[in-house]
Design a protein around this ligand. Structure first.
Ligand SMILES: C[S@@+](CC[C@H](N)C(=O)[O-])C[C@H]1O[C@@H](n2cnc3c(N)ncnc32)[C@H](O)[C@@H]1O
Length: 257
């Protein structure tokens, strides 16, 4: 395996005004830390720039963990003082690298149609952005076709991106504004602690799997629209699983391989 030795360019500092402009642009997102940047590059993100105050550390990480993207990283990285990185992110990532990428446009209807052989995760009005990020991460890992959300929260919020480790770029992630669109041939499967017990492997791969908001669960409207209502078995006395945990269990245990 090639080591990436002393190859990260030490381009002179970009003016802080450019950094501020990037941060303010709604068409751009900030990737915090090496792992987020690694995943984003692997899944085709259009990364504009990567800024580090620790070029030697980045070289080591690229060589050890991601030789597949080391060359691309080398082209992108500019070295800046730590103070400049702190202007981009609320907390300095321990890997001391921050990048800016173009936010892809994701259309919910296109996401439902793109890969009909893979399940879609639908989160009804999720409140906790860390949960949204964790859901995107597990949905990407499990090979889901997309993650859709309803409600006001932006699933591309920096806190959600932090939770997904950059895996927002691995599948369409989109907010449904207004009414849920037609699901076409996809059955709607509602996950609810009040449903019928989920039999492992019984959920069709074409399903839209719907999960409710953290405090109140799924709405009556969505439960009424569902073709099936399923529960993940729990020990008596436990009222529910965490949202992202429920998504993980349903995708890995519920969906037919
Ligand atoms: C934190 S739970 C919400 C709890 C809420 N009090 C309820 O009764 O649904 C968030 C979502 O995770 C899913 N969930 C959690 N535990 C589940 C279980 N045992 N079976 C099926 N879905 C579950 C449901 O979609 C739920 O709406």
């Amino acid at each position: 395996m090639d080591r990436v030795n002393n190859n990260v360019s030490r381009t002179p500092a970009a003016p802080p005004t450019a950094v501020e402009r990037l941060r303010a642009d709604p068409g751009l997102v900030v990737l915090e830390g090496f792992h987020a940047l690694k995943h984003a590059l692997r899944f085709g993100a259009a990364v504009e720039v990567a800024v580090t105050s620790d070029p030697d550390g980045v070289e080591r990480l690229a060589a050890e963990l991601a030789p597949d993207i080391a060359g691309r990283l080398r082209e992108l990285v500019v070295v800046q003082p730590a103070t400049t990185l702190r202007e981009l992110v609320p907390r300095m990532p321990h890997t001391r690298i921050v990048a800016v990428a173009r936010r892809p446009t994701a259309d919910p209807v296109a996401a439902l149609g793109a890969r009909p052989d893979a399940p879609v995760v639908l989160l009804e009005d999720p409140r906790h952005l860390g949960n949204v990020g964790a859901v995107v991460r597990v949905a990407a890992a499990a090979g889901a076709a997309g993650v859709l959300t309803t409600g006001e929260r932006d699933p591309w919020h920096p806190a959600a991106l932090r939770g997904s480790a950059g895996l927002h770029f691995a599948l369409p992630v989109a907010r449904v504004a207004g009414e849920l669109p037609s699901l076409g041939d996809r059955p709607l499967v509602a996950l609810t602690p009040e449903g019928d017990e989920l039999v492992p492997g019984s959920v069709p791969r074409t399903a839209v799997l719907a999960f409710g908001t953290e405090r109140h669960g799924l709405s009556d409207a969505l439960l009424a629209r569902a073709d099936a209502r399923l529960r993940l078995r729990m020990r008596p006395g436990v009222s529910s699983l965490n949202l992202a945990t429920a998504v993980a269990a349903a995708l890995y245990a519920g969906v037919a391989p």
